[in-house]
Design a protein around this ligand. Structure first.
Ligand SMILES: [Zn+2]
Length: 137
């Protein structure tokens, strides 16, 4: 299948995140001032606005926070419908760390709030890019 989805734009600010995906690791920013974990990558901590942040590898384990089944997505996604757009709450804290992505590899009728999930990885065919998604744990 031809890859129709838009690919991420890698920049100096998010390059460590995408390099981690290629190694099957999920990184978020950890604030040196308050210890909070932040996702998506952003120049300042969302809790205290400190710009002193370091990349931190998380477990990739969590639970499903919420989801929706998309039957007719935007043009680049029409070949993939129906698909599940989800938010997962990762196991790490101290504040809930919510990550968005697609939930794959399960019957849509079996999806439930708080079901255990894990982050999984896939290389984009023909491109030097690795993406992540969720799957049941
Ligand atoms: Zn902070």
């Amino acid at each position: 299948m031809t890859w129709l989805r838009p690919l991420p734009t890698v920049s100096p600010g998010n390059e460590p995140f995408f390099a981690g995906l290629a190694q099957r690791k999920f990184h978020v920013l950890k604030c040196r001032a308050c210890g909070d974990l932040n996702w998506t990558p952003y120049p300042a901590c969302r809790s205290c606005l400190s710009i002193q942040q370091d990349w931190f590898e998380v477990s990739g384990r969590g639970t499903l926070y919420t989801w929706t089944v998309v039957h007719t997505g935007p043009k680049a996604f029409t070949q993939e419908g129906p698909y599940v757009f989800a938010f997962a709450k990762l196991a790490e804290g101290p504040r809930p760390l919510i990550v968005m992505g697609n939930l794959m590899g399960c019957d849509h009728d079996a999806i439930k709030v708080d079901m255990p999930i894990r982050i999984a990885y896939r290389d984009v065919p023909g491109h030097d890019v690795t993406l992540y998604h969720f799957e049941p744990a």
